[in-house]
Design a protein around this ligand. Structure first.
Ligand code: GLY
Length: 398
């Protein structure tokens, strides 16, 4: 009798999990967006009281860690709130997004960082797109000019970090993510300087950051006098010659954007090559959420980086609409798999837990022993973005 009961239980569990696996993607997306709104309502209550600060991650005790506006991730929480306003049309999210966006305004004059695209475009950029708020134009144009001061004409790149660790002019693959902001400035102002910076930066990065297999280095440092490559290394990856996962996702996303914004076929080719490198990589796990580095020691026990998976899912969803349809279908299938994985209990937090962040298990920097296996505000941002992008594709194809 006991054995029969146990067999029945197993049978029902099998049916239950089979049904779960087959849940329509629309349902997975709507459930995740609905969960995100609830989780971020809780985050909002906490953040309203913390004037001038933005959420970043949690510490080892589970307590919320915040940042000031000059930290590179400051724009992601406001940006996520804008996306949630787009999804819900609820004025509460619009007002909250405005409030959090305003906390970053002073960074428009910051010429000491290359991260202004992340900081200002995710926040003010989404706000402008959704509300047409006139004053955001000035903030963003000022910010775009500040970012442009970091362009080095003899190198053909925007300088990422100020010189450090013996690097004269370090340029990181992440920097591809600032170009969407400058392309917006070109379209708004008609000033071709912005366009030329973006195209030169993208072309120099194709030449020097990528290996023959289309994986990329993290840091390429240039000689400031000759403009030639000084050294190729890593800062957050497992080794100079490894493929640091988030960097690969930044590169993919960056070239998808550059194709969208310029129509230049070489950027689509580059995006397709990077996507194929990632999707076909022997160390890509079955659930398509990458280890923190494709060459991490200890795979398959190595930590995952959920942020890399979320950025990749968002980029692949957009890429699926470009180029040939067979490849497009493949990219969309991978993005769907990634969204299903991220939405599962393996990666998505429980309500009110995880410091009110949405996703668990990201990695900031393992070599720096910083933010290891934690929620990160940018993982949430790109997850929400990917969900909304995928939802729009479904609506379009209905
Ligand atoms: N741009 C910094 C990072 O991806 O960690």
């Amino acid at each position: 009798m006991k054995n029969r009961l146990f067999s029945l239980l197993l049978f029902f569990l099998f049916i239950f999990y089979s049904c779960e696996r087959q849940k329509p993607i629309e349902k997975v997306i709507d459930e995740s967006l609905s969960f995100s709104t609830k989780q971020y309502e809780l985050m909002l209550e906490v953040m309203k009281e913390k004037s001038d600060l933005l959420p970043r991650t949690i510490d080892t005790t589970g307590a919320l860690v915040t940042s000031r506006s000059n930290w590179w991730t400051s724009g992601f929480f406001p940006g996520s709130l804008w996306y949630l306003y787009e999804y819900t049309h609820d004025e509460k999210f619009r007002d909250a997004a405005k409030l959090m966006t305003a906390r970053i305004e002073k960074e428009k004059n910051n010429t000491g960082t290359h991260d202004l695209g992340f900081m200002l475009y995710c926040s003010f950029g989404n706000g402008l797109r959704l509300t047409g708020e006139e004053s955001y134009n000035d903030v963003m144009l000022t910010g775009a000019r500040s970012l442009s001061t970091r362009y080095r004409p003899n190198i053909g790149c925007i300088q990422s970090w100020n010189s450090r660790k013996g690097w004269q002019c370090p340029v990181i693959i992440d920097n591809m993510m600032n170009l969407e902001f400058l392309m917006w400035a070109f379209n708004k102002s008609g000033d071709s300087t912005f366009y030329n910076i973006c195209v030169n930066h993208s072309d120099t990065t194709i030449r020097n950051h990528f290996r023959p297999d289309f994986s990329s280095y993290h840091v390429v440092s240039y000689d400031t006098i000759t403009g030639k490559v000084e050294i190729k290394q890593t800062h957050q990856g497992a080794a100079d010659e490894s493929a640091w996962s988030r960097g690969q996702s930044w590169g993919l996303y960056g070239y998808v954007v550059m194709f969208r914004e310029t129509g230049l076929a070489r950027y689509l080719d580059q995006a397709v090559h990077i996507a194929d490198f990632l999707i076909n990589h022997p160390n890509m796990p079955e659930d398509m959420i990458p280890y923190w580095d494709f060459d991490a020691p200890g795979i398959p026990e190595a930590k995952r980086d959920v942020s890399a998976g979320a950025i990749m899912a968002s980029a692949l969803t957009e890429l699926s609409s470009y180029g040939d349809s067979v490849a497009g279908t493949k990219y969309l299938q991978v993005a769907e798999k990634q969204l299903r994985s991220l939405a599962s209990p393996a990666y998505r937090a429980k309500s009110g837990e995880n410091g009110n962040f949405i996703l668990m298990h990201s990695v900031g920097s393992i070599p720096g022993n910083s933010e290891v296996d934690v929620p990160l505000t940018y993982a949430d941002y790109y997850f929400i973005e990917a969900l909304i992008r995928y939802r729009k594709l479904l609506d379009k194809n209905q």
